[in-house]
Design a binder for this molecule. Structure first.
Ligand SMILES: [Zn+2]
Length: 572
């Protein structure tokens, strides 16, 4: 069956949008959209695919200028659709069964052992949204009971990044400020027969856990445990010589319940408490207690912790403390990237990346450096709702949201990669004014022309004597001669259906570097092309740009000026 003109038009429109959004049009998403629009076509899948293939080939062969022209015809419709989508994602059902209006307190619990990254953003914005929905509170809880990892630098960085992301907290607290209180809870647990001191070595503990077997220390009496615990507190053991363990069930199917560690010994200096303590609680002990005693009603966390929920409640039961409600949702990950603190530290040490803000990373600092806005990170994070399906997505998804947000205000400039000189007779002293972008109040860039300009060598190669072309956004010229320099004469301003080429005035042309950021990883290994650069010239207006300014370089995409000194721009 032949595919009707309406459907062909729809395919064409989708292909154009796809080509603008992604650089080239792909068939998969288009087929899905066509079928959702007209499900009856499912029986005609062969013809639909053939039509898509044919139309894609046409669209992918269009020049960027032709593509943009076609896109502009539908731009209002595309914008409406984007707005509808954004609205739909913002009305994701952010509700928790049993949660109470006006009686809702949750917390955001980072460990200050590294910089905040995109994986933290989802729980953060989900918690922020739930606070809004339930008219409650969001607290900032630094989970800092591992002196080996944590640093004030990371606490400060988290606070700065959270501020930049626009999330405020009713109150903040630190696990490490509560150590003395947590010792008291340890005493309670020991007296209730729910904790014991174990001096087995690590290997044995691991082996017994695997075999589901109790060690002899579990049979110690309460007096013995109190004495050993006091020995721990008085410093009679060195690091890792003893631990306080939860007396639970070594045969439990859920292995997190096989007598986990509640306290361990670490004599290293702590960034906040110094040498004050050397017996440190684990996450499994301090988190439920501090949640319960800080009035947290709802813990909202990613599914990776789900196995620990049972332990969380068991610890609170053992101590007779109130239990918050726990809601789990899927973790959000960016494919082909790294968020593990250990791996990032390694890459920095090996000189493979420049630091925690290397623009190839997905730390908040890296995204910020690259020109991703807080609003884009928020929309991206909330776009998945509270669903449990694992989401590992391409960074392109975040970049697209960001482009939609910043594109209207980015300045549109010309960029010439391989300059070919052109001389035009009859334009000397002429002033051209070109809009900085499509917004009504965008302002202009203005040049007084001398007669010499640059065009791309790739464009000049196609020019022949006698051709008339339009210098984009300016006027028409007729080619008089092609050689080392293109000679041309001014041919009037009237718009005409003739080829358009990019150009820049020679005067003030600025040498620039466009840095293209790709995925950090390719499968398991580093992507050798994760950062590539193109050198060339931008028009003189580039000299007034400030670091952080966003530019849409014609045919190149969106960039952020990263360094004025080097005139280096990062792709976004
Ligand atoms: Zn033992």
């Amino acid at each position: 069956m032949a595919i009707n003109a309406g459907i062909r038009g729809l395919i064409r429109k989708l292909a154009v949008k796809n080509a603008i959004d992604y650089g080239s049009a792909r068939d998969g998403p288009i087929l899905a959209k066509v079928l959702s629009k007209d499900p009856s076509l499912k029986s005609e899948i062969k013809s639909v695919n053939a039509a898509i293939k044919e139309i894609l080939a046409e669209v992918n062969s269009l020049s960027k200028a032709e593509l943009e022209k076609e896109y502009d015809k539908h731009s209002a419709e595309f914008e409406q659709e984007a707005a509808r989508k954004a609205e739909k994602s913002s009305i994701h059902n952010f509700s928790i069964q049993g949660a109470e209006q006006g009686n809702f307190v949750t917390r955001f619990p980072p460990e200050p052992g590294g910089y905040m990254h995109i994986g933290h953003a989802k729980p953060l914005f989900v918690e922020d949204e739930l606070r809004r929905v339930y008219g409650g509170e969001l607290l900032l809880y630094f989970d800092d009971t591992n002196p080996d990892n944590e640093r004030q630098e990371f606490v400060d960085a988290f606070k700065e990044d959270l501020k930049w992301l626009g999330v405020q907290f009713e109150r903040e607290y630190y696990a490490s400020d509560n150590i003395a209180r947590l010792y008291e809870y340890a005493n309670v647990a020991i007296r209730r027969g729910k904790a014991y001191v174990c001096i087995c070595d690590g290997e044995r503990i691991k082996q017994y856990r695997m075999e589901g077997k109790d060690c002899e220390h579990k049979k110690q009496g309460m007096e013995e445990n109190i004495a050993r615990w006091n020995d721990m507190l008085e410093g009679r053991f060195s690091d890792n010589e003893a631990i306080l363990r939860f007396s639970s069930d070594m045969g439990a199917a859920n292995t997190t319940l096989r007598d986990p560690t509640l306290f361990r010994i670490k004599h290293a200096s702590h960034y906040r408490q110094g040498k004050k303590y050397f017996i440190w609680p684990t996450y499994d002990f301090c988190t439920p207690i501090l949640d319960s005693t800080n009035g947290i009603t709802d813990v909202v966390r990613s599914k990776e912790y789900e196995l620990r929920d049972e332990l969380y409640f068991a610890v609170l039961d053992a101590l007779g403390l109130r239990k918050p409600r726990i809601t789990s949702f899927s973790r959000l990950e960016i494919s082909n990237n790294v968020t593990s603190k250990r791996k990032i530290r390694e890459l920095i040490a090996e000189g493979k990346i420049s630091g925690w803000d290397d623009p190839r990373l997905v730390t908040i600092r890296a995204l910020m450096k690259r020109g991703i806005t807080a609003e884009a990170i928020k929309q991206f994070s909330l776009g998945f709702g509270l669903g449990k399906a694992e989401s590992v997505v391409d960074i392109e998804m975040l970049l697209n949201i960001n482009r939609r947000i910043v594109d209207p205000t980015a300045k549109r400039l010309f960029f010439i990669e391989d300059p070919k000189p052109m001389h035009i007779e009859g334009i000397e002293g002429r002033i051209v004014e070109m809009k900085l972008n499509s917004q009504p109040d965008s302002g202009y860039r203005k040049y007084k022309l001398g007669g010499d300009l640059f065009i791309n060598a790739s464009d000049s190669n196609r020019l022949q004597k006698g051709d008339t072309v339009r210098l984009k956004d300016a006027f028409n010229v007729t080619i008089k001669g092609v050689g080392e320099k293109i000679e041309a004469t001014y041919q009037g301003d009237a718009q005409a259906e003739i080829p358009r080429i990019q150009w820049i005035p020679k005067d003030g042309a600025m040498e620039c570097e466009l840095v293209h950021i790709g995925n950090l990883l390719e499968g398991e290994s580093l992507n050798g092309k994760s950062m590539t650069s193109t050198k060339g010239y931008a028009e003189a207006y580039a000299s007034v740009l400030k670091e952080g300014d966003l530019v849409q370089f014609e045919r190149r995409g969106l960039f952020k000026l990263d360094s004025r000194k080097a005139m280096s721009f990062l792709s976004m």
